[in-house]
Ligand binder design. Structure first.
Ligand code: NAD
Length: 278
């Protein structure tokens, strides 16, 4: 039976460290959270981030805009936030409603306040291994592996999913930690033949039960990044948790695994932003 990678407990430890760092600052860091429209999932994520801010002594400033907001208005808000001295981090909750150019809006955020690390400059820094802000989810995974003393060096890491915000930076960060990395995606032929080779398997796709027990090498470390809503209102990951737990050496649950870690790293990034900007 696999050991559970308890992201919830580790995230709490990170928040305590962030709170302690923040308490020594002359003024609290400010995080601007921009939400457009009334998507329930986005609202849920934003509310959780606001709760985390309270726990860490960070001031959250919510900017809720209507679904039909024009792009110019949103861009003006981002420019204002870029110049506000009480705002150290800016995040725009995605997905944005159709009609808004997400890339244009994200790239308008000052790279010094880009606590999600979605800006191209920060993404490029990840490629070079010279991190400005660390992308929250991949850094959450690396922190988790480190906390459980799971060696990355020399291991074969297989990342399923190749998005700009999770899969690609995840692969790059595992590479910087000296893993041999394979990246799989929707066009990968015979996915199982790759996942079965993984010492460390990270799945970030958004498809229930994509990873079944027969796709996992005995003793592998399995990290489930996926978040899938279920009909009963709960969420699950991409991995068949019950069955894969019987094969893996370590496994992260959903909920309670990577999700809380992502949010904790966001708090860490916001405190670091305040440090850099003050
Ligand atoms: P995305 O839709 O941008 O990317 C999905 C990736 O999966 C793509 O690269 C695609 O090629 C690949 N893919 C799709 N179907 C596949 C298949 N059958 N086999 C192999 N690869 C396949 O999604 P994203 O933003 O990277 O998020 C991925 C998942 O992670 C989602 O469920 C999302 O909700 C979740 N997520 C979780 C956290 C967290 O904190 N836990 C953070 C971000 C995203």
């Amino acid at each position: 039976m696999a050991i559970l990678l308890d992201g919830k407990a580790l995230a709490k430890k990170i928040r305590i460290k962030v709170k302690s760092k923040v308490s020594k600052m002359p003024s609290p860091p400010g995080l601007a959270v921009v939400i457009v429209g009334d998507d329930p999932a986005s609202r849920f994520y934003v509310d959780n981030k606001k709760k985390d801010c309270v726990k860490c002594g960070i001031v959250s400033h919510e900017f809720a805009l209507p679904e039909n907001v024009c792009e110019d208005k949103l861009m003006t808000l981002i420019h204002e936030l870029n110049h506000r001295h009480d705002i150290h981090g800016i995040l725009v909750q995605t997905p944005l409603p159709h009609g808004l150019n997400t890339q244009k809006i994200i790239q308008a955020i000052s790279s010094n306040k880009d606590v999600d690390a979605f800006h191209m400059l920060n993404a490029g820094r990840v490629l070079y291994g010279e991190y400005g802000f660390v992308p929250c989810t991949p850094e959450g995974v690396i922190t988790m592996l480190d906390h459980y003393n799971i060696d990355i060096k020399g291991k074969h890491a297989v990342v399923v999913g190749a998005s700009n915000i999770v899969g690609k930076p995840m692969a790059m960060m595992l590479l910087h930690h000296h893993a041999t990395v394979t990246v799989c995606h929707i066009h990968t032929v015979d996915l199982a033949s790759f996942t079965r080779m993984a010492d460390i398997l990270v799945c970030a796709v958004g498809k229930i039960n994509l990873i079944t027990a027969d796709m996992v090498k005995p003793g592998a470390v399995v990290i489930d990044v996926g978040i899938n809503p279920k009909s009963d209102g709960t969420i699950c990951g991409d991995v068949d948790f019950e069955a894969v737990s019987q094969v893996a050496s370590y496994i992260s649950p959903v909920p309670g695994g990577v999700g809380p870690m992502t949010r904790a790293i966001l708090m860490q990034n916001t405190a670091n932003a305040a440090d850099m900007l003050n």
